[in-house]
Design a protein. Sequence first.
Length: 113
Amino acid sequence: MCRALQVVCVASDASSLQALKRATVSQDWELTAGATDAADALAQIEDRRAHVLVTWGTFDDLVNRARARRPGLRIVTVGEELVAEAVDVNVTSIDEVRDAVLGVPPPGGPVGS
């Protein structure tokens, strides 16, 4: 039995969470309710057996705890700085989130030799 890709979004407040969810939504996966704190995000990751975590804001501890609990979880962060070493992809704009969830390289992509 196949199940849809589960994506958990987390942001620092309700309006940011709604903006992040609008930027992340796709017919290719299912968004959870989302969260504005680490405890709720971790609960959704566990309950929904999430495949992807998308954070917007300062959530270093959440990222590290999520990676420890689910090593295969794809972690995408939005911001100017990388928040934790456990992150798979860091994008600077919420407009880049959908591609990051899919694993599409950012503009400029990987450099080949």
